[in-house]
Design a protein around this ligand. Structure first.
Ligand code: SAH
Length: 416
């Protein structure tokens, strides 16, 4: 089947229309003339698996990365950044039912502060687009930046010198599974976390990474293909630090941090601009990204988060910055007395707010809610439920993830 790509789907794939049928074609641009030879069905969608671009669209730009098109990491490097932003703005506007602008990422290469690199018999790099069993061998990830090249070079030398076995993802055999690289973009501190199956790691391991301030060895004993495990040993500092404006945050191999540090600065600044009053609840507080930043600005902050380790990190972050924010372990569905707070910040996972939390918000009626969302679909569903008592005062998009279809949103809600 051949034709012209009409536009991008919400997932960032080119849409090729054939009567009433749509085929989604990865790594294509609106205006490309394509021929699709094979496709597969994924849930209710048809996704092209073999295709040719017969005539490229005039809007295309040169991807910076040589692995683009094979690597499963980025979908949109061939779309000019302005167009990526327009795509994200229209996606967000569609779900929100109003016009929303998207703040561009201050950098569109070298912005990611974390990469999870698969170490497998099929390659050392990222999963090949559309597969879970195969990796594309890479030398460097331009989205992370130069130090990824340094780490990968050192890792390959270590593997060769010590004759180590790589993981066979299909058979669950082999020793080395992942290397996760994290970097404080504003501090220059680098962390590497090597994830292996059970076994003996040669003593020489840390010698290969003298440029890293924190070196970890973690063990994932399970068959599940995840890039973390139990910490076995570490060398150097137990944490690296990232700095957003004047606030420092600690990063540990098993803790989350916003992945685009440059844009995270805009995220915390925007949230700060929108909060009102004195007493703030940071719900789904993670490592305290918003809470600690706000406490540093004099707000009286409490944080609630389900993951005990994240809470421990958040309290450490408060201490590190000399502020008094209090974070505690708790679940969204059990929060009480929301009326105590002048502003409630919610930053839920992709599934959105728990229905019980929505009921409590509608019962307790805090004056102001700031909803930070990474999923426009659940955001819009939650907003209609809250619409009974809350009005949207402000909605802004932020591009945290250049070259991917994802878009972050901040919505300010006020009690009517
Ligand atoms: N605002 C934080 C993290 C947001 S990610 C930051 O910027 O760093 C969403 C967070 O919600 C995660 O830390 C996750 O552990 C937490 N979470 C998930 N389910 C939850 C629940 N049921 N109750 C409370 N927190 C939850």
């Amino acid at each position: 089947m051949r034709g012209v790509i009409e536009r991008l789907s919400d997932e960032g794939l080119g849409i090729l229309r054939d009567g009433r049928r749509e085929i989604l074609v990865p790594h294509t641009a609106p205006g490309d003339t394509v021929e699709v030879l094979r496709w597969r069905r994924k849930k209710r969608k048809l996704i092209a698996t073999e295709f040719k671009v017969l005539e490229p669209s005039p809007i295309r730009t040169e991807p910076k990365c040589p692995y683009f098109g094979r690597c499963g990491g980025c979908l949109l490097q061939h779309i000019p950044y302005e167009e990526q932003l327009r795509f994200k703005a229209s996606k967000l506007s569609k779900y929100m039912g109003l016009n929303v602008n998207v703040i561009p990422s201050p950098k569109i290469y070298g912005h990611r502060n974390r990469v999870d690199i698969v170490i497998s018999t099929t390659g050392i790099g990222f999963r090949r687009y559309g597969t879970w069993w195969e990796a594309v061998d890479i030398e460097e990830c331009p989205v992370f930046g130069d130090s990824s090249g340094k780490v990968l070079k050192a890792l390959r030398e270590f593997i060769e010198d010590e004759k180590l076995s790589l993981y066979d993802i299909r058979k669950n055999g082999g020793f080395l599974r992942y290397i996760v690289i994290r970097e404080g973009k504003f501090t220059g501190e680098l962390m590497v976390n090597l994830v292996t199956k059970e076994g003996n790691l040669p003593e020489s391991f840390p010698d290969y990474f003298p440029f890293a301030s924190s070196i970890y060895w973690s063990v994932n004993r399970s068959d599940s293909d995840v890039s973390y495990g139990d910490v076995e040993r570490f060398w150097g500092n137990p944490f690296i630090r990232e700095k957003l404006n004047d606030v420092l945050y600690l990063i540990h191999p098993n803790s989350f941090f916003q992945t685009n540090s440059y844009q995270a600065v805009n995220l915390v600044k925007k949230v700060t601009e929108l909060v009102d009053g004195e007493k703030i609840l940071d719900l789904y507080s993670g490592v305290g990204t918003f809470g600690v930043y706000l406490a540093k600005r004099g707000f009286n902050v409490e944080g609630i988060e389900i993951n005990p380790f994240a809470v421990e990190m958040a309290n450490k972050n408060a201490e590190l910055n000399g502020v008094k924010a209090k974070f505690r372990v708790g679940s969204d569905k059990d929060v009480e007395n929301l009326s105590e707070y002048d502003t409630v910040i919610v930053d839920p996972p992709r599934a959105g707010l728990h229905p019980k939390l929505i009921r409590k918000i509608l019962r307790d009626e805090p004056e102001k809610i700031i909803y930070v969302s990474c999923n426009p679909k659940t955001l819009s569903e939650n907003l209609s439920a809250l619409g009974e008592k809350y009005r949207v005062e402000n909605a802004i998009g932020l591009d945290m993830f250049p070259h991917t279809p994802h878009v972050e949103a901040i919505v300010e809600l006020r009690k009517v």
